[in-house]
Design a protein around this ligand. Structure first.
Ligand SMILES: Cc1ncc(COP(=O)(O)O)c(C=O)c1O
Length: 358
């Protein structure tokens, strides 16, 4: 006899990308940052007082909230710190989505969303992107027809790397009566010339929530720290009712605060990653694969049928190069490749060249 809730019994869990500690693996499969965290984060770690761990952490993560409010020019009450961005996603569903409600998201997008819907026991509606990964023209119409309570948009999109303009996000929020969560896990990799800025929207739209994470641009995927930014009225129910009282720990709070306080370091790494992204795109296209532009720290490459995406993924894996293959409609002929150091990218190119041109 199973003791699981019925929806849990029926569902499949999220399948994360492979993790390996092997030093000889080139790991380009989970969109981590190839560079280390900032020296200030290393200092903060060294100065952790072990005796402080006897006590519970700051329940509201006050120092972090202050640092985030300075960075984004919003009030600390508009910030909720979470155990990774993933915890924020779960909290938003717990707080705002009833079991009979529908949540909407694009297809393809982050494969955790349907899993979270299954855990919550709510319905979901996937709205297909066009073949060039742009939004369908009648997107808002389809959204309203779905009567969704919550729309989740990854921007820039994962796994496509495409970016929606902030004025389009504002239009969606105005024409849609539900909540709009903009998952900006990869926003720090957007070209600055595009002047993308959605933060100001939270002051004019009380149905917009923004997700940020320190896992990508700040090189802290192992720390598990993310946060939400929104109107105070959306943050408070999660801050005071639905999250665990101590959802982020003392060490994580100290290091995350140091990371935001030294954000210039992360910004410089993002510049390097953007340059490497453009080089990698050009190099991969020269080998006959198709790579649409990406505003993220990964690219989604289309592999010709004569080579085969799954086959190439497995062959690269045999050479200790991990990239991401999704067994999913419209993605079976593609590989998602995270941007590595220039040396890692060069090793990848050399391997693809050898495997595809023999
Ligand atoms: C689109 C998207 N959103 C949110 C997250 C959550 O990141 P984390 O829980 O590491 O902060 C990820 C992680 O890969 C992601 O790809």
């Amino acid at each position: 006899m199973s003791f699981e809730r019925k929806n849990i019994e029926k569902m499949q869990g999220y399948a994360p990308g492979e993790q390996t500690g092997a030093a000889n693996t080139i790991k380009l499969n989970t969109n981590e940052n190839p560079y280390p965290p900032s020296p200030q984060v290393a200092e903060a770690l060294k100065s952790i007082n072990i005796a402080a761990l006897r006590r519970y952490p700051s329940p509201m993560a006050d120092s972090f909230r202050e640092a985030a409010s300075r960075l984004h020019n919003v009030s600390a009450e508009q910030i909720i710190p979470t155990n990774g961005g993933d915890e924020l996603l779960r909290l938003i569903l717990t707080t705002y989505v009833e079991q009979l409600d529908t949540i909407a998201f694009c297809k393809p997008s982050y494969s955790l969303y349907p899993v979270l819907a299954a855990i919550q026991g709510c319905r979901f509606k996937e709205i297909s992107l066009n073949d060039d990964w742009s939004m369908p023209e009648n997107f808002i119409e389809q959204l309203n027809k779905s009567a969704a309570k919550l729309l989740i948009l990854v921007n820039p999109n994962a796994p496509t790397g495409a970016l929606l303009r902030a004025d389009y996000l504002a239009e969606i929020a105005e024409k849609f009566s539900g909540l709009v969560l903009i998952d900006e896990a990869y926003v720090d990799f957007v070209d600055p010339e595009l002047n993308y800025d959605s933060i100001s929207l939270i002051n004019s739209h009380d149905n917009i929530l923004i997700l940020r994470t320190l896992s990508k641009a700040y090189s802290l995927a192992g720390l598990r720290f993310g946060y939400g930014i929104a109107a105070k009225s959306l943050i408070e129910p999660m801050m005071f009712k639905t999250r665990d009282s101590y959802n982020t720990d003392h060490i994580a709070q100290s290091l995350a605060t140091a990371a935001l306080d030294s954000c210039e370091y992360a910004r410089e790494n993002c510049v390097r990653i953007r340059q490497s992204r453009e080089q990698l795109r050009a190099d991969i296209e020269a080998l006959g694969l198709t790579v649409p532009t990406s505003q993220s720290n990964f690219i989604l490459c289309q592999v010709p049928e004569s080579i085969g995406a799954e086959k190439l993924y497995l062959q690269l894996k045999q050479r200790n190069i991990l990239v991401r293959y999704f067994e999913q409609d419209r993605l079976r002929d593609k590989l998602r490749i995270s941007i590595g150091t220039d040396a890692e990218n060069a090793a990848l190119i050399a391997a693809i060249k050898e495997l595809t041109q023999q």
